[in-house]
Design a protein around this ligand. Structure first.
Ligand code: ADP
Length: 176
């Protein structure tokens, strides 16, 4: 084991982080946050939230499959699904860090409130927010779905297998 790896291991006090999200579907922005979290934590679980209070396009199994294919090149990233409170899931898997992405001031309000609620429900847990990379800062799953539903090209917003899944969902397979 090289020196830098030993130092890294000594400093790595939080080995496990959970990145919980709807991922409906996973975008290049989510993938960017996942890759950056994977460089910080020893293991990252991308946890697909079963039933968020919003209309979903993809089933839980479909979302998990799309997420798995999107992060298969990251050896320390795992994919799971969960229902119920995010903090209960974190407690169950033994994670004390939740990772979230911050795109804009509007995200901040929401994430700030959620972080406080999570901390209140499970004081051992802390939320680590990664700033969205500039190229993905205007990217959202809802924008992806809206454009795909209207037949627009989403290749610059999602991985190729996700673009295929969207075309399939909206009955536009011929465009592949
Ligand atoms: P939610 O989990 O709130 O239902 P999403 O699945 O869309 O919503 O997003 C999950 C997390 O990923 C949130 O913290 C969100 O801010 C972050 N996120 C979404 N899109 C991006 C992006 N383009 N860049 C960075 N972070 C993002």
């Amino acid at each position: 084991m090289c020196c830098s790896r030993i130092v890294y291991r000594a400093l790595c006090i939080m080995p496990l982080a959970v990145y919980p999200a709807s991922f409906d579907p996973i975008t290049l922005g989510h993938m960017d946050v996942a890759a950056r979290a994977a460089a910080i934590f020893e293991t990252v679980i991308l946890a697909v939230y079963d039933r968020p209070l919003k209309n979903l396009l993809f089933s839980t199994a479909e979302r998990a499959e799309l997420v798995s294919a999107a992060v298969e090149h990251l050896p320390n990233v795992r994919v799971d699904t969960y229902s119920g409170l995010t903090v209960e899931y974190a407690r169950r898997v033994g994670a004390k860090v939740l990772v979230r992405g911050l795109r804009a001031a509007t995200d901040f309000e929401h994430e700030f409130q959620m972080a406080h609620l999570h901390h209140r429900l499970y004081p051992e847990v802390d939320v680590v927010c990664l700033m969205a990379s500039q190229e993905y800062s205007l990217l959202s799953s809802s924008a992806v779905k809206e454009i795909a539903a209207l037949g627009g090209n989403v290749d610059f917003m999602v991985a190729p297998h996700v673009a295929d899944a969207l075309r399939c969902k909206y009955g536009r397979e011929e465009a592949v």
